[in-house]
Design a protein around this ligand. Structure first.
Ligand code: ADP
Ligand code: MG
Length: 230
């Protein structure tokens, strides 16, 4: 009888547990949300403010559960050939609308000739949204978010740059830890999810930041290798 589980088996177990626990939590939450909606319709307008807060907090908790699930499952995702610039283009209107509401601007510099990459479309969308939202949350009005693709000999780099306050050196090492956050309403799961997404893609994610000047997250996607490893 083997008492020790290997890394993959252990991950599988944690993933299964996470899936069933989150399922059990999500169900009662959905019921609570449904009844809240009904109560809201029958309640005096003076209570509207409270209902809004309760609903928002419920949705926030749901978001945390979803992020946690993706993190804990570390599942094997389906990789397909995509052009990175096409995924970024799909997200640009979303990011632009968000920035617009905050009085910020966006610049996107795509390389449409970059080779195809092996990606999970849904995960890379999530990664770009997480980095984009973090950048916008860090900047004040008049801030500028830049997304830029750079072709390298061995892959494609994506630079997500903001003109925010930057990240203190002491915090830099902790950014990618699950639940590390400096925001009152943050989950601290965004960057740890980005890191696990890039690990699954065989890529990298790094940060360069200068206090007072801004921050750049650099994401590296390796080219599809033709070489077959023995
Ligand atoms: P959350 O956004 O919920 O706080 P994240 O994992 O996305 O969690 O980010 C963790 C922390 O990293 C943030 O709370 C913030 O302190 C820091 N951070 C992330 N992106 C930036 C950025 N672009 N500029 C400054 N700080 C950042
Ligand atoms: Mg975040």
């Amino acid at each position: 009888l083997r008492m020790e589980l290997n890394h993959v088996e252990r991950l599988g177990l944690v993933g299964q547990m996470a899936a069933s626990i989150t399922h059990e939590i999500r169900n009662p939450m959905a019921v609570v949300r449904g009844f809240l909606q009904l109560m809201r319709e029958k309640s005096p307008a003076s209570l509207e403010h409270y209902y809004r807060i309760v609903m928002e907090e419920l949705d926030r908790a749901n978001g945390i559960i979803n992020d946690f699930l993706s993190l804990a499952q570390n599942r094997v995702v389906k990789m397909e050939l995509y052009r990175l610039h096409e995924i970024i283009s799909e997200l640009t209107p979303l990011l632009w609308a968000d920035a617009n509401l905050r009085g910020q601007s966006i610049e996107v510099r795509l390389d449409e000739n970059a080779p195809l990459l092996m990606l999970n479309h849904k995960e890379i969308k999530q990664l770009i949204l997480n980095l984009g939202r973090n950048a916008m949350e860090a900047m004040g009005e008049k801030g500028k978010l830049t997304l830029e693709m750079k072709l390298q000999p061995d892959g494609v780099e994506l630079y997500v740059t903001d003109t925010g306050p930057g990240i203190p050196t002491a915090q830099k090492e902790r950014l990618f830890e699950p639940f590390f956050t400096t925001k009152s309403k943050g989950t601290g799961l965004g960057l740890s999810l980005c890191l696990s997404i890039m690990e699954r893609h065989g890529g990298r994610i790094n940060v360069e930041s200068e206090e007072g000047l801004g921050t750049t997250f650099i994401v590296f996607f390796p080219f599809v290798s033709e070489r077959i490893e023995a």
